[in-house]
Design a protein around this ligand. Structure first.
Ligand code: PMP
Ligand code: GLN
Length: 422
């Protein structure tokens, strides 16, 4: 018996793509369009809110706060989502605040998935879902989005669609939950009302919980609209929705996230949270609450950060699509989020990947790109289950929530490489 080894519930889990690619960036110092985070300042008011909180006369703001969410934060989250979902959300019973969306997802999986439960995961998926389901004892059932662009010259994230029959076949009496992510990381796909309705109908038919990761809920490009599946008829009762302050206010390092849903489902998350995380940073939650209070007062207006950020990103998105095209890649234009997927396969004949010996070509390509061109992207096969990884092999993911200067530099680096190789 190996007393020093990993417990059985973690065995087989590998180093994540983040561990590997953050180290790769540290070793080669490329221009980093890999892991998703903004390299520019968050809104000024959120920084001054934190500054204000730190200096506040109320010294208890430096001490533990209520375990499942700081009162001021759950209060404004309940106001905001009650308004968005169209029903009254109980701040104490129907919300959990945790360590980022990761913490909320973890409490959701541990609080609901039991040994042998089947969990449907739509691919590509944010990579932590699969290990979390496995750790909880669940059995993942993967349903990939299929790409079909009907020969249009513009490739777009909405070209990825669910095959209704494939989805339906994945449901059975053992299905406990389905995990969806809209807007999707890495594709930038925003699920349409029809697609969400199809998922909702199957959830109701098979009495399944819907775990909806909506961390990019505010990053949607016109004319698309983000639809919360919890707001569809009969779905509130069975949906846990996950959000992130990191994505909402461009503060990924603060690591505060939440889940909301009906009291009976959120209760199970509270049970997990109370003896794992117990409570999150008080001053950060207080400052985020101040940020939400401000945004709630101007929701939908031009001066609302949730309106202005996607507008600002629209230009960066177009700029990136342009320089990737010039370089010979085929970008797939996202409807949401801050990542762009591009097909790099037409470059394959021009480059020599033989020094890289990874199993999947997108890993070889992204490593080659970091080491030889000086740009870092992320290999999309990391977001697929083992048997579907080939679906991601000819793709690469780049992050565009970066300063214009940095994007310009990326364009120059790629342009120079292209010229040297023509
Ligand atoms: N879900 C998705 C789809 C994400 O892209 C991220 C980004 N890290 C997370 C969850 C985790 O968010 P957080 O940083 O708030 O834990
Ligand atoms: N969600 C971000 C991304 O996909 C950051 C990665 C992470 O949280 N591990 O790049």
């Amino acid at each position: 018996m190996d007393k020093f080894g990993l417990p059985a519930r973690y065995q087989g889990q590998q180093e994540s793509v983040w561990e590997e690619y953050i180290q790769l960036a540290a070793d080669y110092d490329p221009l980093d369009l890999g892991q998703g985070f903004p390299d520019f300042s968050p809104p000024e008011y959120i920084i001054s809110a934190l500054d204000q909180v730190i200096k506040d006369k109320d010294i208890l703001l430096h001490q533990y706060t209520r375990g499942c969410g700081h009162p001021r934060l759950i209060s404004i989250l309940s106001k905001l989502y009650s308004h968005l979902i169209g029903r009254s959300i109980d701040p104490e019973k129907e919300i959990l605040v945790s360590t980022g969306a990761y913490g909320a997802l973890y409490s959701t999986m541990m609080g609901h998935i039991d040994q042998g439960d089947e969990v449907i995961i739509i691919e590509p998926f944010f990579d932590c879902y699969e290990p979390m389901v496995l750790t909880a004892g669940g059995i993942p059932r993967f349903v990939p989005l299929r790409y079909n662009n009907n020969n249009s010259s513009i490739l777009k994230s909405s070209d990825w669609t669910l095959d209704p029959e494939e989805l339906e076949k994945a449901f059975n009496s053992k299905t406990k939950a389905i995990i969806i992510n809209t807007p999707n990381n890495p594709l930038g796909k925003v699920f349409t009302e029809n697609e969400l309705q199809m998922i909702a109908n199957l959830c109701k038919k098979w009495n399944v919980i819907c775990i909806s990761d909506e961390v990019y809920e505010w990053l949607v490009y016109e004319p698309q609209k983000h639809i919360r599946i919890a707001s569809l008829p009969g779905m509130w009762e069975r949906t846990i929705t996950v959000g992130s302050a990191g994505k909402t206010f461009s503060i990924t390092g603060w690591k505060i996230g939440w889940a909301y849903g009906p009291a009976n489902l959120i209760h199970n998350l509270h049970i997990v949270h109370q003896n794992s995380i117990y409570t999150c940073s008080t001053p950060l939650q207080e400052a985020i609450a101040i940020g939400f209070e401000k945004e709630f007062s101007c929701l939908g207006q031009d001066n609302c950060y949730f309106t202005s950020l996607p507008r600002q990103l629209e230009q960066k998105k177009n700029y990136m699509a342009d320089f990737l095209t010039k370089m010979g890649m085929k970008p797939i234009i996202p409807d949401g989020g801050y990542f762009m997927i591009a097909d790099w396969s037409s470059l394959e004949s021009e480059i020599d990947l033989s020094a890289e010996n990874d199993k999947y070509k997108d890993y070889c390509f992204t490593k080659w790109l970091t080491k030889n061109v000086g740009i870092q992207g992320i290999p999309p096969s990391a977001f697929y289950s083992e048997s579907h990884k080939p679906l991601g092999e000819k793709l690469v993911r780049f992050c565009f929530i970066k300063e214009d200067e940095k994007l310009k530099k990326a364009a120059e680096i790629l342009e120079n490489w292209k010229q040297r190789n023509n």
